[in-house]
Write a protein that binds this ligand. Sequence first.
Ligand SMILES: [Mg+2]
Length: 353
Amino acid sequence: VPFRNEDDLVRWLQRRWPDRATNVRLGIGDDAAIVSVTRGSEFALTTDLSIEGVHFRRDLHPPRAVGHRALARALSDLAAVGARPRFALVSLAFPPATRRSWVSGFYDGAGVLARRHGVALIGGDTAVAEGGGIVVDVVAAGEVKRGLALRRDGARPGDLLYVTGRLGMAALGLEMLKSNARRASTTNRRAEGGGIVRQALGAHLYPEPRLGTGRYLAAHRLASAAIDVSDGFARDLGRLCAASACAAIVREESLPLPRSGTLLTSSTGRPRQQTVREARLDPLELALRGGEDYELIFTVPRPRAGRLPRSIKGVALHQIGEIRRGRGLRLLLRSGSEVRLAPRGYDHFRRAR
Ligand SMILES: [Mg+2]
């Protein structure tokens, strides 16, 4: 791998492509770029790759889920800057042996999510990847009122730290899919009825980008900074803190951990009911490091915290800690002791090494 990690590559690109054009309000390095095109509003632009074997596996992820997740990744970046999604371009490369039903399922998955959020799918590119796997790229554009876009670099010491929804559910869903690799379709069917199984698989296969929450926070000028959780809570919080040049403390007792309860595993080849702990999955670890939650992490200056509702459009907001002076992340355990929280999560570059 030619770079130490993804953040390294982004910093290198920032130096090579500094923002010179006057209508670029925010360039490389945030969740989306912000450009101003009309008086009064700005456009947020983002692009996201989804690669077979890295972001999805054909034996685990149905084509509809691949299409949904590819678009959801991009829409989540727009949610993180508080933009209303307007347009998307979906590009797809697939090997010659790909079934037509796969391709049509893929576009269906993206299409349903796009319609639900009023996103016009306005184009894209396709190619046959001779000798390669499936590669998806989604470019999405969203609109935000001038000056209201949320960004990563606005957090200040004393700001309260929040996260939406529930952490670790997508990672739990992925663990369930992996332990049922040969029975993915069975699991999906069984999942229809069961609480935590259905929720975890849903969170992983069909994540809901927090667009309404992001827009509300931006429109009411409530958040000083925001980022979406794509590569894991600790890693993305670390990015927000690095961009804002500050530290953060997180309280374990306040984190919305994945629900405990029974789930379906089949390490033995036979599906059986297990609790999260019996499956040797640590709910705290899933919440801190598991990726692809597509929740929002955001900070609110104390004087504005009173105006923050408990939930926005049905999505709960959890106050989980605060921003501090300095560098790095700390975790206040239930036991009362405070430990360093490594800003680590899922890193494609690390995994490839
Ligand atoms: Mg992001």
